[in-house]
Design a protein around this ligand. Structure first.
Ligand code: XMP
Length: 512
């Protein structure tokens, strides 16, 4: 089934992905395209609407992204946001000037509710919008009228309904803009005529059909890590091509407690060929005497590829290799050919020796939360769908210093208790990543009448949106107390628990 399409034309703004997410939240399928997309391509795509994003530039900079006038002649509704709003005004003959005072943050905004964007939604005449600009539209192009203003911005929104052109200086996609989602929804439904036909059930159906057509009776190979993306990709492929799919799950032994079994159980009845390689002994042997974090990562990466290669060779020639690339990867790698380079990079060198015809990326157009929705739609276990990010080298980089069987067991047990307590407190979907670390430090304690000299376990929990920066999670003391008490009582060789209260930067999320 073909969905109505909206194009988010990317001018380099910081909220581009967010705009796309919000459009999809309205049930409308959209794709982010570069502002350089040729007009013929836009005509061919025949979108129901176009949204110009913000951008860091000033329209008067020569190097700024510009756009030809023809796009406004297509008869396709356009909404310009921030830089996109200024660009619309400038390109159509209006004037843009530097603000006396730039506006940043929450700004009191006066709306004219006779505008289709602002009427019919729960928006008072005065409400907060989120501004972030140093230029403003000083003079409108001919035929436009102002529909919102602020103390410092006389044209916070303007429009020419006859030409289906709309512009807002503020950011409706940001939560701080009161009723911003309603404004976007109104643009999509009432101006573009979108019906909101984008659902995960529909997506799954179409994707399965397309995969079947593409793969035919070919053989498909997937490296399953147990992470959300590769698990959902596996579930989708299994539904589409059943036993033509082989998933290889290399269990390096550094998974969290029971995790290897959970992954196996989730795919047992899926119809695909599922190969679990229990390679713990091999990995442990290579980790003996190793305590440097980067060396650990390197060894695990190499060994992973070696084990995968051995198994893949047994299958013989495959036609397709599946990758769990998701939309943010595609957008971040520049919306161009570079996306392909990154996807090769993602499989960690596998294409060099696994002989295959083509890569399939079935999640390429989905955001992370959509991947989770798809996983749920496909009936995948919540344990996998809601799995928090987990580093490839696993617990090996959460055991400081050399790894031993004893330390691995201690960490798996402590980590499980922490996860259970977080779930009990209902925080498991709120905190983005949380885990235990086995420090390489022992300290003195007392248990009964005896002196102990045992390990310190550190607990780490962070909230973050991009994993580039992070805050430590402000977990209730009761939850910390419950986890600490259970760990020291239930896990032998641990007598002290500390909670990591550093942000990233300067610390990283992982300890190694
Ligand atoms: P850091 O510790 O750098 O972590 O703040 C940021 C995010 O990346 C994950 N991470 C890794 N993922 N291989 C991976 O696949 C690795 O070697 C690795 N190191 C860190 C980490 O869990 C966090 O989500």
């Amino acid at each position: 089934m073909e969905h109505q399409l909206v194009i988010v034309l990317d001018f380099g703004g910081q909220y581009d992905q967010l705009i796309a997410r919000r459009v999809r939240d309205c049930g409308v399928y959209c794709e982010v395209r570069s502002y350089k997309t040729p007009i013929e391509e836009i005509r061919r795509l025949s979108p129901a609407g176009i949204i110009f994003t913000g951008g860091p530039n000033s329209v008067y900079d020569e190097s700024s992204p510009h756009i030809g006038k023809e796009i406004f002649e297509l008869g396709i509704p356009i909404l310009g946001i921030c830089y996109g709003c200024q660009l619309m005004a400038y390109t159509l003959g209006g004037k843009v000037a530097a603000c006396d005072r730039s506006e940043y943050g929450k700004t009191e905004t006066y709306y004219d509710r006779s505008s289709v964007l602002f009427g019919g939604i729960h928006l008072p005449e005065t409400a907060t919008s989120w501004m972030s600009h140093t230029d403003y539209v000083a003079e409108l192009p001919e035929g436009f009228r102002v529909t919102a203003h602020t103390a410092n911005c006389p044209a916070a929104a303007f429009e020419c309904p006859e030409r289906k052109l709309y512009a807002v200086q503020f950011h409706p996609e940001v939560n701080h803009t009161f009723a911003g989602q309603g404004m976007l929804d109104s643009f999509l439904k009432n101006v573009c005529g979108c019906i909101g036909d984008w659902t995960m059930a529909g997506y799954a159906q179409t994707a399965i059909q397309q995969i079947r057509e593409k793969v035919g009776d070919g053989k498909v190979l997937l490296a399953l890590s147990g992470g959300v993306d590769s698990s959902v990709a596996a579930a989708l492929l299994a539904k589409a091509v059943g036993e033509q799919l082989t998933c290889i799950f290399v269990d390096h032994g550094f998974m969290r407690k029971n995790e290897g079994d959970e992954v196996e159980a989730a795919f047992q009845d899926s119809g695909m060929r599922f190969i679990r390689v229990n390679a713990k002994e091999q990995f442990m042997a290579r980790m003996r005497g190793v305590s440097d974090p980067e060396t650990k990562r390197k060894i695990i990466g190499e060994e992973f590829i070696r084990v995968f290669e051995q198994e893949a060779k047994k299958i013989g020639k495959v036609d397709y290799l599946v990758q769990g690339t998701i939309y943010p990867d595609v957008i971040e790698s520049g919306l161009g050919d570079s996306a392909v380079i990154k996807s090769h990079h993602n499989v960690g060198g596998l294409p060099d020796y696994v002989d295959f015809k083509e890569i399939i990326e079935p999640l390429r157009m989905l955001f992370k939360d959509e991947v989770r929705k798809l996983g749920t739609e496909l009936g995948l276990s919540p344990v996998l769908v809601w799995r928090q990010p987990f580093p490839g080298p696993g617990l090996a980089i959460r055991i400081i210093g050399e790894i031993t069987d004893e330390k691995l067991t201690i960490l798996q047990d402590a980590d499980l208790i922490f996860r259970q307590e977080i779930a009990k407190a209902g925080l498991d979907r709120e905190i983005n990543q949380y885990f235990a670390v086995l420090t390489n430090m022992r300290s003195v304690g007392v248990m009964g009448d005896f002196r102990t000299y045992d390990y310190t376990v550190a607990l780490r929990a962070v909230t973050t949106s991009d994993f580039m920066t992070a805050d430590f999670a402000q977990i209730p003391y009761e939850t910390l107390a419950a986890a600490a008490s259970r760990i020291v009582n239930e896990v032998p060789s641990v007598n002290r628990i500390v909670y990591d209260v550093t942000t990233k930067p300067p610390a990283t999320i992982e300890w190694e």
